[in-house]
Design a protein around this ligand. Structure first.
Ligand SMILES: [Zn+2]
Length: 159
């Protein structure tokens, strides 16, 4: 039923409707400094953005964020959801290829942010948080700008 939501309501332009699909407090919608607080955009995928998570206790951790400010998987059409999951799979394949994790964990929470996104968290056998759920932000491991750039290049090369 997303089409119903996107369609301009009476007296509303399409552009105005699309603005409603964005939230000015949301890093995924706005990018810039809000996004820089936790992530670095790597690239656009079909219907989402691929973002490197700055906290890198799990090497290769990324976020796949849907293009619009919608809260729930059930708020988008089947077609859009299929494309979104293709994007999640594309990102996961790149992580497997680039970092060879033993498992990728997937987490979609967003109680506060309400912008549909998945955390893709590579896990390595017997290393940090192996065998347990990953913490949302362990706040332990941050890289230099150069190391972030290298990691982004590595992911891009594997896409
Ligand atoms: Zn948003």
């Amino acid at each position: 039923m997303l089409d119903m939501k996107i369609k301009p309501q009476r007296g509303e332009t399409y552009e105005r409707r699309m603005m409603i699909m964005k939230d000015s407090n949301c890093g995924y919608c706005m990018g810039g400094e809000i996004l820089a607080g936790f992530g670095i955009k790597i690239c656009d995928l079909q219907v989402s953005q691929l973002i490197l998570f700055k906290e890198q206790s799990h090497p290769g951790r990324v976020i796949v964020a849907y293009k619009d400010h919608v809260s729930e998987l059930v708020d988008i059409s089947d077609e859009e959801r299929n494309l979104f999951f293709q994007d999640v799979a594309t990102a996961a394949k790149a992580l497997h290829k680039a970092f060879h994790p033993d498992k990728v964990n997937y987490g979609a929470y967003g109680d506060g942010g309400c912008h549909l996104h998945f955390h893709l968290v590579p896990k390595y056998k017997d290393e940090f948080e192996w065998g347990t759920p990953f913490a949302m932000n362990p706040g332990k491991t941050y890289l230099t700008e150069e190391e972030y750039a290298q990691m982004i290049e590595k992911i891009k090369a594997a896409l």
